[in-house]
Write a protein of this length. Structure first.
Length: 234
């Protein structure tokens, strides 16, 4: 449950816009932190909450996390190239820094397969069954769901009742990044080609990946087992 530590505020889309707008300047860490802090000061009066927001933004968009550095660099490149895709890319970048976000997304994706509306109470109970430590789950669940709202992935139709919002993903570079991050977070060695459209973690997105696209992308390797086309990360 230690991985839940740190994601202790709702991540606002406006904060992410500022964080990524500073990337092209290639600022040293101290200067990046200062610029981000000055921006957040307009919205957040509490020094403690401002520090928390700043450190979350830096972990997601500036600093490297051991083991996923290459993906984080790729995400930073893509968000500078396609700033209008910030919400989709944020969905991928947040769990690279805070894996608990992926735990919630996977769980909610599976729940949405059977229900059009899911409740905060259901999410909390299922996360407690998985991870324990109810107090931390009670606190984190509202933060994660509100962050998903900021990213346009869910909406609350009543207090504590949520439905998903689907976003069309058509950019092939963005789709490849979605697939690569989902495969890494899921953790299996390889996937059937057809299963690439079925990651619960990617529940907010409509996307289509083609064999040709994967064959031309050096990050993926394709092979055939028992007449089934399989895909793995290199």
């Amino acid at each position: 449950m230690a991985k839940m530590v740190g994601l202790n505020l709702v991540i606002k889309l406006g904060w992410m816009k500022k964080a990524v707008s500073l990337l092209p300047d290639n600022l040293p860490e101290a200067e990046y932190r200062k610029e981000l802090d000055e921006h957040l000061a307009f919205e957040i009066d509490s020094p403690t909450n401002r520090r928390k927001a700043r450190e979350i933004m830096m972990r997601v968009w500036y600093q490297d996390t051991e083991g996923v550095e290459r993906l984080q660099r790729r995400g930073r490149e893509l968000v500078q190239k396609y700033p209008e895709q910030l919400a989709i890319l944020g969905w991928c970048m947040i769990p690279l820094a805070y894996p608990v976000f992926a735990d919630y997304a996977k769980l909610m994706g599976k729940m949405f397969e059977f229900q059009d509306v899911i409740t905060t109470t259901q999410i909390k109970q299922k996360m407690f069954d998985q991870l324990g430590e109810r107090n931390l789950i009670d606190y984190a669940t509202t933060k994660v769901i509100s962050t998903m709202k900021e990213l346009g992935a869910v909406r609350s139709i009543q207090t504590g009742k949520h439905e998903m919002i689907k976003t069309e993903a058509t950019n092939e570079e963005i789709i490849a990044f979605l697939i690569e991050v989902a495969m890494l977070l899921d953790g299996s060695s390889y996937y059937s080609f057809t299963s690439l459209n079925e990651f619960p973690y990617l529940f907010p997105f409509n996307y289509r990946v083609t064999k040709e696209q994967l064959m031309q992308d050096e990050r993926f390797t394709l092979s055939t087992f028992d007449s089934t086309l399989s895909v793995a990360l290199r």
